[in-house]
Design a protein around this ligand. Structure first.
Ligand SMILES: Nc1ncnc2c1ncn2[C@@H]1O[C@H](COP(=O)(O)OP(=O)(O)O)[C@@H](O)[C@H]1O
Ligand SMILES: CC(=O)N[C@@H](CCC(=O)OP(=O)(O)O)C(=O)O
Length: 266
């Protein structure tokens, strides 16, 4: 089957009107679809209000015990259930899930190398049978950024990574398009100027722009995951503004498309 995997970022979730507009567009996407969400901004705000200061390294959150409790409450609770309720209102039969529910996503605590990320999980296994049976039943999985290690431990996992790993796992048997929706027009040369889009990005351009610090923070995991997905069988990966989701799904140019490795140059 054809599957659309759509990720919505924390900057959109944080604004109820923008979120409502995005969810309406999401509801108009035809066919089988999965929604993945983060909510990093709200988690940081809740943490700060409780005296737990956010600490990010290259777009990934250092997650100690208190931070894990906060992100679990915010992603798996508040945001996930609000999105599900809003989708139900739009007659979309959404089902909210963490990676622990139905053993959807098993991960392993990231080993400490130079940085100790704490309770952050790297994905090891995706339960594709569960996902496809839900899609077959016309249910729309709404997956948050919490996974588990199957030994009783919840782990915080970047929502961009969840999107990419689900897309790769499902690409074995299905045609999967992956859309990263956020609050900017795409990958930009000037972060403050939505007209400065890079329409097509390959790994050489990425390396160059990263060296020049044109690409930084949260755009790093997004692009690392985008290239990983495309190089492992995902049909198409797009990064762009949430309000352009329908245009992107119709193949109209807006935002950044990711270019696949080309091995056939000679
Ligand atoms: N070259 C770039 N173009 C666009 N955004 C960039 C770029 N470099 C860094 N960013 C930052 O990355 C952020 C997106 O990452 P993140 O906040 O994790 O996204 P999300 O909204 O999906 O959670 C943007 O809001 C922007 O601040
Ligand atoms: C390990 C890690 O970085 N987890 C992310 C998960 C949430 C997320 O990805 O949210 P956005 O999509 O809104 O950035 C975090 O806690 O920020």
């Amino acid at each position: 089957m054809n599957i659309s995997i759509i990720k919505i970022g924390g900057n959109v979730i944080d604004f109820p009107e923008k979120l409502d507009e995005f969810l309406y567009l999401f509801s108009r996407i035809p066919g089988k679809k999965i929604l993945i969400h983060g909510g990093g901004i709200l988690a940081s705000k809740f943490g700060e209000s409780m005296g737990v200061m956010p600490e990010m390294v290259d777009g990934r959150r250092i997650t100690d015990k208190d931070t894990l409790d906060i992100v679990t409450m915010v992603y798996a609770g508040l945001i996930n259930k609000q999105i599900v309720a809003k989708l139900q209102k739009l007659k979309q039969n959404a089902l909210g899930m963490t990676g622990a529910d139905g053993n959807l996503i098993r991960s392993k605590k990231r080993p400490v190398k130079t940085i100790d990320y704490g309770f952050v999980g790297d994905i090891k296994e995706v339960n594709t049978e569960l996902i496809t049976s839900l899609l077959d039943g016309d249910i729309i999985p709404v997956v948050c950024a919490i996974t588990h290690d199957k030994k009783g431990q919840l782990l915080n996992t970047n929502a961009d990574s969840i999107s990419s790993e689900l897309a790769v796992a499902l690409s074995g048997k299905h045609k999967v398009n992956l859309y990263y929706c956020f609050n900017k027009a795409g990958v930009l040369i000037d972060e403050k100027n939505d007209d400065s889009i890079v329409p097509l990005i390959n790994e050489d351009i990425y390396a160059e722009l990263r060296k020049e610090n044109v690409i930084h923070s949260g755009m790093i995991p997004k692009l690392d995951n985008a290239f990983a997905a495309l190089n492992q069988g995902v049909n198409q990966v797009w990064i762009g503004k949430a309000e352009n989701l329908l245009l992107a799904a119709k193949g109209k140019v807006s935002g950044t498309n990711i270019e696949k490795h080309r091995y056939d140059l000679y």
